[in-house]
Design a protein around this ligand. Sequence first.
Ligand SMILES: COC(=O)C(/C=C/C1=C(C)CCCC1(C)C)=C/O[C@H]1C=C(C)C(=O)O1
Ligand code: AKG
Ligand code: FE2
Length: 359
Amino acid sequence: MAPVPISSIKVGHIDDVQELRKNRPKTIPERFVRDMNERPAPAMALSLPSSDMPVIDFSKLTKGNTQQVHSEILKLADACENWGFFQVLNHEVDLTLMESMEKSSREFFMLPLEEKQKYHMAPGTVQGYGQAFVFSEDQKLDWCNMFALGIEPQFIRNPNLWPKNPATFSETVEVYSREVRKLCQNLLKYIGLGLGLEGDVFEKMFGMAVQAIRMNYYPPCSRPDLVFGLSPHSDGSALTVLQQAKGSPVGLQILKDKSWVPLQLIPNALVINIGDTIEVLTNGKYKSVEHRAVVHKDKDRLSIVTFYAPSYEVELSPIQEFVDEENPCKYRRYNHGEYSKHYVTNKLQGKKTLDFAKI
Ligand SMILES: COC(=O)C(/C=C/C1=C(C)CCCC1(C)C)=C/O[C@H]1C=C(C)C(=O)O1
Ligand SMILES: O=C(O)CCC(=O)C(=O)O
Ligand SMILES: [Fe+2]
């Protein structure tokens, strides 16, 4: 995917949020302050408990007896249809490796700005250190520093952006990404079976799947009621895997039945969500759910997010099984590379990006 021509983008000065925070500003710079109508409500005003969010025991899928496998697939199918988000336990991603990812990511974000800027995210690109999804000078900014890398296939990698410091960073990302890739492949198999399809339907369709990782670091903010950590959006992937670092405060919120529900995460679990690609393929039976991150007054927060998506050359459209008289086709046929380009060249704005594919 070619970068967007730099000359066409004027984003103004983007403050590094960690540097801003160091000076403990009494007021939040205007560019981060959200308009009244979109500010996050105080947590107290949020009604629904997140305790109902489905939890899938991955070991029941892979090692359970026939009955356990069957009932866990049903639970998974229900989670995909009614939540679009679920947590996975016993996911086979090594817990020590998850800790190393947290440690390396934290060490990276704690480096001096000059060091991190060696891996600067150039305007019009999505890899490296900075803020993605900013395309105009008057666009509001998120209270977040990001570091993103393309993982697979190899040709999407930019080796200059893989940090040499901390020394273990790149190797840890490499091993972690292999394990998360296996998890995605397996989950897609069970999601396929839960939909009444062949277990290998997505694997065959996706070809050499694209995988990317993004670390989001949210410093504390004296006015969390005025800013977003990450603007509301759905993910452009097929599946997204989110690891929230230990000790992080609650920050992820999902839009459920028109209310923003904060997610209380189970220790050692990974959070999975359905992305736009699966929404299209299932003709909307499984929906990509809008979500956002809010920040905390005193505590920082770190999330490590993997996006798993079809190969760029794949042409996507709803699978025939989900299209009939009652459910007319809602999405046109399109090329996933084109969708990726569209996704990363627009600001995060709820589910607006998916309009690209709507009929
Ligand atoms: C800042 O980047 C993102 O948030 C992001 C981008 C991912 C990518 C890279 C970092 C390298 C090149 C590939 C890709 C575009 C996937 C989000 O990824 C979502 C958006 C799409 C589309 C997707 O598949 O995952
Ligand atoms: O940090 C979080 O909890 C949300 C991250 C997220 O939604 C993303 O990176 O796409
Ligand atoms: Fe997301």
